[in-house]
Ligand binder design. Structure first.
Ligand code: MIC
Ligand code: SF4
Length: 644
């Protein structure tokens, strides 16, 4: 039987399990990446494992999230990560060098290799033909130590792309189309593979926009073939030797198939507050816009920025609009300067920011009250921008730029025919290569004596305990469907400086849903959370499990989970349970006492009974043996200590 691209890479990296959908598989990991907001925890966990040098082919520590330094905290974290990286054989990408995913595919990604990163948008690398997955920080720590990465074997989804895009329609519109078809939970447990004639017309950065936002489908990852376009890209990055062709077999089997006709596609926008709430821009035309933000790991490539410069050339942004532009990497930034495009952006009135996540993670640029913000980013969850009542729309760079000039939502295809080709947006023959923003680690013999520098904001890991056989606890919070990790553990400039300080972070837990939660959970001492479908979608931040652990949460009972968050709960030693009959969700009320007994036996049988007053509610567990062992031990760190 023929194989898909992902199956070929999985087969080459399989260290345990069988490649049967849903079965636990262990994969050898070639490369890892971390960013600073999840990195401090990941390296504290790595240090706890007592390993001198990383065992991967390549590990890179990026600083790109917490670049607002309005106190010592972020600067201390950067210094800690830099010193830990130097000591343990990890490359360090300095603040200002760019967003992890953008820099990684430019300078390090290799088709056919496996990559895990402590960031949910790590699948961006799938645009280069890598098997790239987002993971919790602890999983990344284990992989750096040479351990396998475990996932349930995904089912395969095929998206055939036909034809080619019309001018001013973008890669972003393709993934928004896929989101409108599959929804934010349609990719859970799946790998989305792109193929068909249309693929050839898409550049590597366009492919990376699509695989990046595969995270919003809930997919394990997304992947493109590695073809001549990939070769040309790697060659232009001075890395042709990293190229290898990678295609699916003609008789590969897929669980689901979809087709998108690129010729038919029009500019789209994801409306508040979910990336799958997609409408054609033509329907939103004329709506007044307050803010436009261009950048993020989804849309900050050189070509994206040059397309924006072409639209802005000789124009001025509307008086009612504030426009931010963050180029994705130092390479992109310097090439914009070299070509004169930076001057065009500045002259048009853009506020050009450093190469970092910035507004995407609420590090500045929060919109005005009730503001309408058009962003080329990947997430528009409630409150993520830092302004709770802001209305955030996700759009392509073309739609963003056209709307910034007009001051109202504008369909960029209306610009077709006007002269907008000042800058050549096709891929350059060679990119500007300057890796001075990457600091190499110390040679192993020197590394032994190197000191790791820890600031006072770095607090220890929350306490864990082996799994109890029975739990009686209050239902401290009942939430609905599609709860994101941004709901559970908000980010933004107020909270991100405390990523290595779990006690302080706990003050913000579930803030957007219920400000009284942290206080109530602390008072209750022990608690259970109940939720709906796709609980924990979005980011890979393990803080969304570690903080509830710190607040005494023992179990989370939901209709269904998002993959990375469920794994993070297990890693933290919190029981992830699902309703056998989803309608039983309606029987439970916040504040009531719940109890679970015979948990150890239940773990073996994959079912438990929840007692709520006189009711008995059947629950299910869908966990691998390794995950059950982990829970029994008190989480991944305790499990790793016990099992070496
Ligand atoms: C995000 O886009 O939500 C983040 C911030 O990059 C997160 C990681 C984090 O919370 O640190 C992600 O996507 O995993
Ligand atoms: Fe950074 Fe935003 Fe990308 Fe997350 S989604 S890595 S915050 S740019």
């Amino acid at each position: 039987m023929g194989k898909t691209i992902a199956e070929k890479i999985i087969e080459q990296h399989l260290v345990s399990g069988e490649m049967k959908t849903g079965e636990d598989i262990g994969l050898r990991i070639d490369q890892t990446l971390t960013q600073d907001a999840t990195g401090t925890m990941a390296y504290i966990e790595f240090e706890a494992m007592g390993i001198d040098q990383v065992k991967t082919e390549l590990s890179v520590a990026y600083i790109d999230h917490n670049t607002l330094q309005s106190g010592f905290m972020n600067a201390d974290d950067h210094r800690y990560i830099q010193s830990v990286a130097a000591k343990h054989g990890i490359l360090f990408s300095r603040p200002g060098n760019g967003i992890c995913h953008q820099v990684h595919y430019e300078r390090f990604g290799i088709p056919g290799k496996t990559l895990i990163g402590s960031d949910s948008h790590t699948p961006t690398g799938g645009g280069l033909g890598m098997l790239a997955m987002g993971a919790g920080g602890m999983d990344v720590a284990v992989a750096m130590g040479g351990g396998a990465y475990h996932i349930p074997m995904p089912r395969m989804i095929f998206v055939e792309l036909k034809g080619s895009l019309k001018p001013y329609v973008a890669g972003k519109d393709i993934i928004l189309k896929v989101l409108s078809m599959l929804s934010v939970k349609g990719g859970v447990g799946a790998i989305v593979e792109y193929g068909g004639e249309g693929v050839k017309s898409l550049s590597v950065p366009e492919r990376c926009t699509i695989t990046n936002m595969g995270a919003e489908l809930g997919a394990t990852t997304s992947i493109f073939p590695s073809d001549e376009v990939t070769r040309e890209f790697l060659k232009a990055q001075g890395r042709e030797q990293d190229y290898r062709p990678l295609y699916s077999d003609p008789d590969a089997e897929y669980a689901e198939r979809y087709t998108i006709d690129l010729d038919e596609l029009e500019p789209l926008a994801a409306c508040p507050h979910s990336p799958d709430n997609v409408k054609p821009v033509s329907e939103l035309k004329g709506m007044k816009v307050d803010q436009v933000c261009i950048g993020s790991c989804t849309n900050s490539s050189l070509a994206d920025m040059l397309k924006v410069a072409n639209i802005l050339k000789g124009k001025k942004i509307a008086d009612n609009v504030s426009l931010s532009i963050s180029p994705g990497s130092r390479q992109v930034y310097s090439m914009l300067a070299e070509r004169g495009a930076l001057t065009v952006l500045i002259d048009a009135g853009a506020r050009v920011l450093e190469c970092a996540c910035g507004p995407c993670i609420g590090m500045g640029f929060s919109p005005n009250s009730g503001g309408i913000s058009l962003r080329t980013f990947n997430r528009n969850f409630l409150g993520r921008s830092g302004t709770k009542d802001a209305q955030v729309y996700l759009v392509s760079p073309e739609t963003a730029a056209a709307s910034a000039i007009a001051g109202v939502f504008t369909d960029p295809t209306e610009l077709a025919g006007s002269e907008n080709d000042f800058f050549d947006v096709t891929m350059p023959e060679t990119f500007r290569i300057n890796d001075s923003g990457i600091i190499r680690p110390l040679p192993p013999e020197e590394a032994k004596d190197a000191v790791v520098l820890k600031g006072p904001n770095i607090k220890s890991f929350p306490e864990t305990a082996p799994l109890a056989d029975s739990i009686t606890a209050e239902l401290v919070l009942k939430v609905g469907d599609n709860i994101t990790t941004d709901h559970i553990m908000p980010a933004g400039s107020r909270v991100l400086p405390y990523r290595s300080n779990i006690p302080k972070m706990s003050e913000f837990c579930f803030e957007v849903v219920d400000e009284t939660f942290p206080e109530r959970a602390r008072k209750a001492g022990k608690g259970i959370i109940v939720g709906g479908v796709n609980y924990g979608q979005g980011s890979s931040r393990e803080h969304a499990a570690l903080v509830p652990l710190y607040l005494g949460i023992k179990a989370v009972i939901v209709k269904s989970f998002a993959r990375i968050h469920k794994a993070n709960l297990v890693n933290a030693g919190i029981l992830p349970l699902t309703f056998k009959n989803p309608e039983d969700y309606d029987l439970l009320e916040q504040g009531q006492e719940l109890s679970l007994s015979d948990i150890h036996q239940g773990l073996k049988d994959d079912e438990l009974v929840l007692r709520a007053g006189d009711r008995e509610i059947p629950l299910e567990l869908d966990l691998s043996q390794r995950q059950k062992d982990m829970l029994m031990a008190g989480g991944l760190l305790d499990y790793t200590k016990q099992n070496g």
